[in-house]
Structure formats: C-alpha cells, structure tokens
Write a protein that binds this ligand. Sequence first.
Ligand code: NDP
Length: 330
Amino acid sequence: MEYTNLGRSGLMISKMSFGSWVTFGSQVDLSASKKMIKTAYDAGVNFFDNAEVYANGESERLMGQAFKDLDFGRDTYTVSSKVFWGGEKPTQVGLSCKHIRDACDAALKRLQVDYLDLFFCHRPDVYTPVEETVNAMSDLVRSGKILYWGTSEWGAQALTEAFGIAEKYNLVKPTMEQPQYNIFERDKVEGDYSPLFKTFGLGTTIWSPLASGLLSGKYANGIPKDSRVTLPGYEWLKARFESEEGAKKIEQTVRLGHIAKKLGTTLPRMSIAWCLKNPNVSSVILGASRVEQLEENLKSLADVKLLDGHVMEEIESIVQNKPKAQSDFR
Ligand code: NDP
C-alpha cells in the first residue's frame, strides 16, 4: 500500500480505501463484511467510507460491529460518515446546523466510535446558507466529534465560497471532496476542480472507480445474475446501463479490455490504476460485493506503472472524453 497526505492535512491516507454503498446491509452480511474489512485492512487500507443513508444506517451498524469484533486499534484506521439524507422529516435532510449535529451523533452511535475521522456533506444544500454549514462542521471539529470535514459532489463555486467563509470567520476549512471519478466520468476532477487543487490543496477520496461495475467488463455479454443492476431499488442503474449511452460504454469496455489483456492485467485493475495515476486523487474508494473482487482490486496499485504515456493515449482514443481544465479556457 502507499499513503499520501489527505489534502493539506497531516493525515496519511491509504491510496486505496474501502466503501460500503449498496453492499453492506443488502448484498453483504456481518460475517462477509468482517472478511472484507479484514482483507482490506491487512492489505494496508486505512480508510473505510460510509454514510448515514447507506442501507438507512444499517451499513454503519455493520461496519461498527465489524470494527468492534475485529478489534483494530482505533489509532490504526480512519472511518467516515456523510450527512444529507437522514430521513423523511424536514429536519432530517440537508445541511442545516441541526441535521449536521444530529447526523453526527447518530453515526457515532451506529459506528460505535468516539469520533469520526472524516465527515462529508453528501451533497450541496441550496436551502441552507453555506455559512451555516461551514460553522456547524467547524464546531464539530472543535468539539472533537470529527477530525476533518469535507464535501461530496459540490460545485467548484460552492467550494470556493466555503473556503472563503472559513478564512473570513476563522472557521475550519474543508480538507477533502468526494467526487465520482473513473475512465467514463472525469468532468469534476479533471475539469471544474482543476484550480482548486492548487489554490486550496483540496484532497479527494473518489467514488465508483469502476462506474458501478461497468468497468469490470462483465456487462459485455449481457447483465450477469447477482450483479448490482439486478438488485431491487437499482432499476435506475439498469436503465442507464441499457440506454444508448450505456451500450456505447459497454462496447468501449470491450476495447479497453483488450488493452488490459495486452498489458497482462485485467480491466478492473487497469481502470482502478487509471484513477490512482491522477496526482489529484488522494484515495480511490473500492467497492466489492465479494471478497474475491476486493482481492483483485487491491492489486491495482501495482499496475499504475503499466500506464505509460502511450497506454494512456490508447485509452484516450477509445473514450475521447477528456474534459477541458479551467486553465484551458485562458
Ligand atoms: P465501483 O464503481 O468500483 O463498483 C463496485 C461494484 O462493482 C462492486 O460492488 C461489484 O458489484 C462490482 N465489482 C467490483 N469489483 C469487481 C471485479 N473485480 N469484478 C467484477 N465486478 C466487480 O465502486 P462503488 O460504486 O461501489 O463505489 C465505491 C464506494 O464509493 C462506495 O462503497 C461508497 O463508499 C463510495 N460512494 C460515494 C458516493 C458519494 O456520493 N459520495 C456515491 C457512490 C459511492 P456487483 O458484484 O454487485 O456487480
């Protein structure tokens, strides 16, 4: 495993981390969760990602129980939660001071920990002043309930506003953002955020490195049984995979698979290595419904060296989706 500073913080985070969206509490029970967490931890993963909304809190309950049973030293791993979708009542949603505080307390209980290492605003909340959110997060840091706060899928402008408010009122600045990033989805990380890395030293823990499994290549011959898109509640993802755009991407995975084969690796490993190669990515959050998938994906770091300029160009020529960086407009 390799480690890097998360943004401008002193926290050394593993380049690959492990998350529980979709899987924990639906595809994966406590015993399998423990196996996966231990596999990741033994490979050097020190960041485990979660959110209040994952399986309506069940994902955090499982992860918390797994940590307790596995008895890892609390000083050897980091764990996150995210606040936004906490329930159906008006006070259980969004980034108000109230929901942020309630969500943090509830996550601490479910995860059975005294503090959260990372706490993310899961989406921007246009109904709450950014100032209120920055203040609430800052208070949580100062009270010791969380160590670092960040955002997920915020726009560059809202992020800039958050940094400005923190600077002006001497509040705690965000450390990291959690955007989607993979061979098919590059706009935020390579486009919108490009000035923020330099200006604010923003760290990133990126999600869906395999585009929900599409970049494993397993959808090339139809939808496999037991795959994510066959799960109840994920009909929207199935529709996306079956759309014209989805069909185009699946065809591209076949061609990307040929490159991986030539390199002597697999498409999932090459796709994760592609994310790892970006220096603005602090940690790639892996997802897996089976321990074998996780074992394979954890080998990806070794493949980064295979992705030289020529291979990167070959990949580019297939997907042709390189976004313009902000600097390209000047
Ligand atoms: P991926 O895009 O890597 O998808 C993971 C899924 O792909 C697995 O659950 C499995 O699904 C399939 N898969 C993984 N590896 C393989 C393999 N080697 N061979 C075949 N199939 C494979 O990541 P996720 O979408 O799961 O995202 C990772 C994490 O990021 C989440 O757990 C969560 O912590 C975070 N996240 C954050 C979001 C945010 O808004 N901040 C949004 C989404 C995720 P299956 O076997 O069921 O087909």
